[in-house]
Design a protein around this ligand. Sequence first.
Ligand code: PLP
Length: 389
Amino acid sequence: MTGTAFSDETILCTAGVDADRAFGAVMPPLYLSANFAFEGYGKPRAHDYSRSGNPTRDKLAEAIAALEQGAGGVVTSSGLAAVDLVLALLKPGDRVIAPHDCYGGTWRLLTARAERGAFEVLFVDQNDPNALEQAFARQPTLLWIETPSNPLMRIVDIEALCQRAKACGARVAADNTFLSPVLQKPISLGADFLVHSTTKYLNGHSDVVGGAAVAARKDDAEQLKWWANCLGTAGAPFDSWLTLRGLRTLSVRVERQQETAGNIAQRLAQHPAIAKVHYPGLASHPGHGTAAKQQRGFGAMLSFELAIAGDEIAAFLGQLKRFILAESLGGFESLIAHPATMTHLSMSAEARAQAGIGDGLFRLSIGLEAFEDLWSDLRAALDCLSPIF
Ligand code: PLP
């Protein structure tokens, strides 16, 4: 599928469909087999062992690479395994510039690998031109981008950053989890690699933990495949099958979810209990213009700040009936997270403070429920806080 001119919707509906030569199954079959018989001595088939390659997993990898306009990709056992796979291409002495406000698990992984000497990492506010220039002056090997960032929804200009990175010979990797390829295509903006937690929008049904790494160039894609086999980080065939099934509805899910998210953001911005709303679709968001330029929509993730602490946090969360207090995002069900104690707990307290992730920050993943039901749930919980303000 890679390199075709088909639209996303067509790729989503046709990837791996009607390709079964054995029985004519319209839906791609699930090949659970760990191994595949050789045709004879010295004659392996297309697949020999499922760690190295599996027909079901390959179908998913091809679909994601096609959607992302990459040369090839690898499906991994989690989003973090995909991050680690790209980092596996680095060597001691290499330097990574990463966002100071990235996903907590990515921060922990970069920090832990750097502490073991795998590479050096510089966490930088990528919206601060001086800090960025200082980091670029130190001849980085890789620039890591996460836009919108988790959980503060900060936006960086992917094209401008890729041009700057390339001017000093650095490669660029982008985490595209928050938007999915139907809303943003980092490779078309100059990125060399991208990763997904397919746990989120790509599967969309909150029943698989998985990931994917995609490369713009064929030689890089081959490197990713080589390392995935070497490290044994490839995803399970059943998980790939479920994710491919979830992927079919990606564009309609995201379209509906972001419409509701936009409406929720507008209402939140007008509520007296809210100190701040972080949603790139709001004209007041500092990254609104860049998001409008490089994204096909503003997505279904947002965060907001309340001037509350301690027991008030539990009381606010306890009021909610429709939003589930849980990790993860991008599923059909709406979730609320408290980043300081959940998704970003693995960051040091100092790093959280520098990133701006305080106790009053809440993150919403908007699902497919009716807007009215979601908003009335949030409004009821917020109305209980209003007298404080
Ligand atoms: N990248 C981002 C932006 C995430 O939000 C997450 C998880 O929340 C990950 C990567 C890691 O994905 P996984 O949980 O599938 O390992």
